[in-house]
Design a binder for this molecule. Structure first.
Ligand SMILES: [Zn+2]
Length: 390
C-alpha cells in the first residue's frame, strides 16, 4: 500500500497519517518519507491546515536563523461521540479526535426493555453530552457504537437474537445516523475491544481478547486482522457448554453455558444468596476489591471455568497474548489466577510456552475509548481524509 501511494505520489491523506501517527513532525520529514517535492509537500500540508486536521507552531530557542515549523495532529479539531452499550450498563462519552474522553456519563441497561428503549435513551444522553460540550454540531465527526450482539458490519445491523429476544435485525447504525447526520460505525463490543487492544499492541499479530462481564466473549486478531467468522458470530465463548452445569439455564435458552455459571449475573446471584448483595459483574468485582473472601472465591472459580474454555482456544489458535478486560476484570488477580491455573494445566506446553496474559489497560473507560477508536480509525483514515479534501 505504502509503495503504491509512493509511486503515485503520497496523497494528503497519507501525509496526514504520517503526522497523526507521529512519524513526521516537519515538512522535511514528510519529503524524506514520501519522496514528494517541496512544492507537493506544501500543497498537501496547506490542505490539512485549512481543514484544521493539523496545526503548526514554530519551534523557539533554536540557534538563530529560521526555526523549523513543527506539524502536529490537531486532536482538538473536532469531536466524536462514543456509546458502549452493554448488557447491564451503557457508557457514553464525547471524545476529541485523539480519542481522549472529554466528558462522559452512564446509565443502567435492561435489555429486556427492547432495543428501541436502549437506543433512544443512548441518543438522548449523547445529545445532552454534545450540548454540554459547548461544541457546535459541525465539530462532530462521527459516532462509534458497540453492542453486546453480533453485527453485520456493512449495514450496522444486529444479527443475532441470541442474547435477548427482539434483538435480531436491529438497525443500530441508522438509529444514530438519523439523529446526528454523521458517519456511524457499529461493532460487537468484544470486537471493538480487540481492535483497540491491537492498536495498543501493534507488534502482536495473534491476540485473543477476553471480555468477562455480564456476558463472556472473545475477540480474535490473527495475523494482524480481526476475525469475525463466516457470519460474524466468532468469539461467542460464553455459550460453550461447561462440565457439571447441565441443570443451569442460560439466557440463550440453552443450559450449562459458561456464561450461566461464570458470567456477571450468575456471580452476582450467588454472592447475593451468600449475603453479599451485588447486582452485576462490576458489583461482584467491587466486593472482591473490598476484601470479601467469598466474592474472591467465586471470581477465582469463575476464572477456572473461563480457563477451561480458553484452554481449547489456546490449543486451536496459539495466541501470543491474551488480554483480559470487562467488568469482572476489575477483580483481575483472582480472575486471572483461576484462568492461568486451568489454561497452563490443560493447553499444550508448546502453545503456552511464551503465552502472555495481561489486563486490558483501558480499564473502566475501555468501552467508550474503544468505540472512539472505532469511529476515528474510519473518519480519519487515509481514504476518508482524501475524500474530505477532494
Ligand atoms: Zn447460553
Amino acid at each position: 500500500m505504502a509503495g503504491r501511494a509512493h509511486a503515485a505520489g503520497a496523497s494528503a491523506g497519507e501525509v496526514f497519517r504520517l503526522i497523526r501517527q507521529g512519524h513526521a513532525a516537519t515538512r522535511s520529514d514528510i519529503g524524506r518519507l514520501t519522496g514528494l517535492s517541496r512544492t507537493a509537500v506544501t500543497l498537501r500540508v496547506t490542505q490539512l491546515l485549512d481543514k484544521g486536521l493539523v496545526v503548526e507552531r514554530a519551534d523557539g530557542g533554536s540557534t538563530g536563523g529560521r526555526p523549523p515549523v513543527r506539524l502536529r495532529f490537531h486532536a482538538d479539531g473536532g469531536i466524536v461521540l462514543a456509546a458502549a452499550l452493554g448488557a447491564s450498563r451503557a457508557q457514553l462519552a464525547v471524545c476529541d479526535l485523539a480519542g481522549t474522553v472529554l466528558d462522559e456519563t452512564e446509565f443502567g441497561v435492561d435489555l429486556a426493555e427492547g432495543p428501541d428503549v436502549l437506543l433512544d435513551t443512548a441518543v438522548k444522553h449523547l445529545d445532552q453530552l454534545l450540548a454540554e460540550s459547548g461544541r457546535p454540531r459541525e465539530a462532530l465527526w462521527g459516532v462509534g457504537v458497540s453492542v453486546p450482539n453480533a453485527i453485520d458490519i456493512a449495514t450496522g445491523t444486529s444479527l443475532s437474537p441470541a442474547v435477548q429476544p427482539g434483538w435480531g435485525d436491529v438497525a443500530v447504525a441508522d438509529h444514530f445516523g438519523t439523529r446526528f447526520g454523521v458517519p456511524v460505525r457499529v461493532d460487537n463490543d468484544v470486537n471493538v475491544l480487540a481492535l483497540a487492544e491491537h492498536r495498543r499492541h501493534p507488534e502482536v499479530d495473534d491476540l485473543l481478547v477476553i471480555k468477562a462481564s455480564t456476558g463472556i466473549g472473545a475477540g480474535l486478531i490473527m495475523r494482524g486482522r480481526l476475525q469475525r467468522g463466516a457470519l460474524g458470530a466468532a468469539g461467542e465463548l460464553g455459550h460453550t457448554k461447561v462440565a457439571g452445569a447441565d441443570d443451569v439455564a442460560c439466557s440463550c435458552g440453552n443450559t450449562g453455558c459458561l456464561e450461566a455459571v461464570a458470567g456477571g449475573r450468575a456471580l452476582a446471584t450467588v454472592c447475593t444468596e451468600l449475603g453479599r448483595p451485588a447486582t452485576d459483574a462490576f458489583g461482584v468485582a467491587e466486593l472482591v476489591r473490598a476484601g470479601d473472601p467469598e466474592a474472591l472465591r467465586q471470581v477465582r472459580q469463575a476464572g477456572r471455568r473461563i480457563g477451561e474454555v480458553i484452554a481449547g482456544a489456546v490449543n486451536l489458535l496459539n495466541p501470543a497474548l491474551i488480554v483480559v478486560g470487562g467488568d469482572l476484570a476489575h477483580a483481575y488477580e483472582p480472575l486471572v489466577a483461576g484462568m492461568r491455573e486451568v489454561i497452563y494445566q490443560r493447553a499444550t506446553a508448546t502453545a503456552t510456552r511464551s503465552l502472555r496474559i495481561e489486563p486490558s489497560e483501558m480499564h473502566a473507560r475501555a468501552g467508550v475509548g474503544a468505540c472512539a477508536t472505532l469511529i476515528l480509525d474510519d473518519v480519519l483514515s487515509r481514504r476518508a481524509v482524501d475524500t474530505l479534501l477532494s
